[in-house]
Ligand binder design. Sequence first.
Ligand code: MN
Ligand code: MN
Length: 354
Amino acid sequence: MLTKTLTLTQFLIEERRRFPEASGAFNSLVLGVALACKALSRRVAHGALSGMYGAVGETNIQGEAQQKLDVLANDTFLHCLQSGGDARGMLSEEMEQPWINEQGQGDYLLAFDPLDGSSNIDVNLSVGSIFSLLRAPAEHKRAQTSDFLQPGAKQLAAGYAIYGPATMLVLTVGRGVHGFTLDPEIGEFLLTHPQMTIPAQTKEFAINASNSRFWEPPIRRYVEECLAGSKGPRGKDFNMRWIASLVAEAHRILTRGGVFMYPRDTKDPSKAGRLRLLYEANPIGMLVEQAGGRASTGAGPVLQVQPDAAHQRIGFVFGSREEVERIERYHSEPEVPETDTPLFNLRGLFRPNT
Ligand code: MN
Ligand code: MN
């Protein structure tokens, strides 16, 4: 079986052959990320036995309680990638300021969420790591925070690892999305899911419905229509999923389709959404678009957003293309007036034709 299955290293070498200008440093960086993910996979698999459950008693830059594993995961990423000299800078969810290569070495910048879904750790549900690879600007050597503020469309590569029943690395280097499964016997990622694609249609959606009173009208309308099922304007029944782990939600959607929404809402007007643009929405967005799906802020393409801060948050809607386009359309249509007369309500008989 091994003779037929590409390892991640072999896959990267093959890809590089198609791009003679691509450097070995690029592959080295992706393999550094893969090494960090393998190390984390072992730690996560030991569960409570690792002594790494629970909070450290600190809050990170996001104001969220840091788990011991958040800190360990961040250290693992830094450890696996600092020594190679391929990353000129690294931006992490767990560090207020990016790590900077003081010698100004390396042509690339790496942004990562070292442990995504870490609130799932203590309940033994899937967690993951997310990463985004950018080119470092040529104008100056020493990296600065503003170097990371590039739109997602500029990413050279993006991916995530999911530590589930099996550990997988899902990667794009700009030519489709490919899934690798970690063979724990030999410690290699093997290509098991070439060319992952997201079907254009779906009957599955994922949203944190406890926030429904804060939703903006287009999201409210979309979800209400899904819930109305075969009796509503959509004419079909939907299922709902919610894992509260971005990596796990993205992996399900890349495997069998669906739509995920964490829209901007009115809960905390100081936050323009919940998820982070540079190391959550952009890398997942690149994977989704490379798999034929659509990644959006709700109103437009997320990969076109010009970032203005390293830890910026954003509304994020992604998945099956036709569903995401429908949600964007609802954002651009004039609001349907809500009246007290049921006949003129969203689901009423005299709803304006849209
Ligand atoms: Mn996260
Ligand atoms: Mn995290």
